[in-house]
Design a protein around this ligand. Structure first.
Ligand code: NAP
Ligand code: 3JM
Length: 349
């Protein structure tokens, strides 16, 4: 590695909600970049974008665009990743993929650096970035698992519209205006752009994120369940999830119930553990009405944890409230941290 000169980097989906945050995060963290390619669809090819004060021309993402690229950060949807991530890897790039395309592939590491950085050592050219809701939850759960053991997790999410992309943000804002103005509107994007029906998101709560599976759970819920077990290397962990979309622009919140192995842990023990945990900020003081909220987490790197309570019926049960910026730790920041870990482990050549 020659980190003075930096790496040849490509960002696929550079014009999107996640792609924009990837670029901000690369710049903010001063990731060593020798050359940068901004890739998107044919629709954007030829348009210009700024990065670190310089102007770049957006190119169409094609297999040939990855010639000479060492690191490719993908966030342009699962079908683009399925088609182009192997093409990038074939040309020698290491891919960090933000989509669900390869997450459950046994040959693909699924990585949150605070939890399982070592899994990167077994990569085969593609590394998967987990789902936003999974990432913030496992950052909070891993220190608890390490110290007190973990048996069971039941999570309900309160997810922001930016997790569904730039069009979903516009839909929420336009609908809100229409409703306040007493005008008609037609939902077209949420809950899922490709599904049969669309529902109002403004002033609403929609218990569907991604499409439904035959078992009655949505894909988003199954992502949380399967990805949590894979990242924490705990197939035996009991996990259930209910995922809900709220009219919040950015910042996912989660109500998390856990059962641990140890029956003698106090709330004070749990708070002092999480106060010291990597990537976690504890915000928990009921006497001061201190607890995490999405509006206060936007633009911040950490996972914020509060409302820690012991279950009233189970000695080994705890409840907590976990909030993070879904576009940062949930997506762009975690991807850039994976890239930084690759550099640190001397895996990016
Ligand atoms: P978005 O705002 O809708 O942006 C989509 C991006 O994909 C745009 O840059 C778009 O380029 C590009 N794109 C679309 N079709 C393409 C094509 N045929 N070839 C190349 N590029 C194409 O969506 P987003 O919120 O940024 O999310 C993008 C993807 O990231 C999602 O589909 C999802 O798989 C993943 N994601 C992951 C997480 C996570 O939890 N880790 C969270 C959110 C999203 P144009 O501007 O040219 O159309
Ligand atoms: C978050 O493939 C697509 O159309 C994107 C669907 C999507 C995903 C996904 O499955 O990759 C939208 C928003 C995610 C995700 O991170 O799982």
């Amino acid at each position: 590695m020659d980190s003075n000169k930096g790496f040849n980097v490509a960002v696929v989906g550079a014009t999107g909600a996640v792609g924009q945050q990837m670029l901000n995060t690369l710049a903010k963290r001063n990731f060593p970049i020798a050359s940068l390619k901004l890739l998107a669809s044919k629709r954007s090819a030829g348009k210009k974008m700024q990065f670190n004060g310089n102007e770049y021309m957006i190119e169409e993402a094609t297999p040939q665009a990855f010639e000479g690229v060492q690191l490719a950060l993908f966030s342009a949807g699962g079908s683009i990743s399925k088609e182009l991530a192997p093409e990038a890897a074939k040309r020698g790039a290491i891919v960090v993929d933000n989509t669900s395309a390869f997450r459950m592939d046994p040959d693909t590491p699924l990585v949150v650096p605070e939890v399982n950085e070592d899994a990167l050592k077994n990569h085969n050219g593609i590394i998967a970035n987990p789902n936003c809701s999974t990432i913030q939850m496992v950052v909070a759960l891993e220190p608890i698992r390490q110290k007190y053991g973990l048996k069971k997790v039941i999570v309900s999410t309160y997810q922001a519209v930016s997790g569904a992309g730039a069009k979903a943000i516009d839909e929420m804002n336009d609908q809100t205006q229409s409703i306040l103005n007493g005008e008609e509107f037609t939902p077209e994007v949420l809950p899922v752009s490709g599904d049969k029906k669309h529902y109002q998101i403004a002033f609403n709560a929609v218990p569907q994120i991604d499409k439904f599976q035959d078992n009655g759970y949505t894909f988003e819920e199954m992502k949380m369940i399967n990805e949590t077990k894979k990242i924490m290397s705990m197939q035996e962990l009991e996990v259930a999830a209910t995922c809900v979309r709220l009219p919040v622009e950015t910042g996912h919140s989660e109500s998390v119930y856990i059962e641990i192995d140890d029956e003698n842990v106090s709330v004070a023990d749990m708070k002092s553990l999480l106060a010291e945990a990597e990537g976690v900020t504890l915000q928990d003081d009921p006497s001061e009405q201190l607890y995490p909220m999405p509006a206060n987490c936007v633009g911040k790197d950490d996972v914020f944890v509060g409302r820690i309570r012991k279950d009233l019926d189970r000695k080994n049960g705890f409840h907590m409230w976990v909030v993070s910026d879904n576009l940062l730790k949930g997506a762009a920041l975690n991807s850039v941290q994976i890239a930084e870990s690759l550099v640190k482990l001397n895996l990016l050549k």
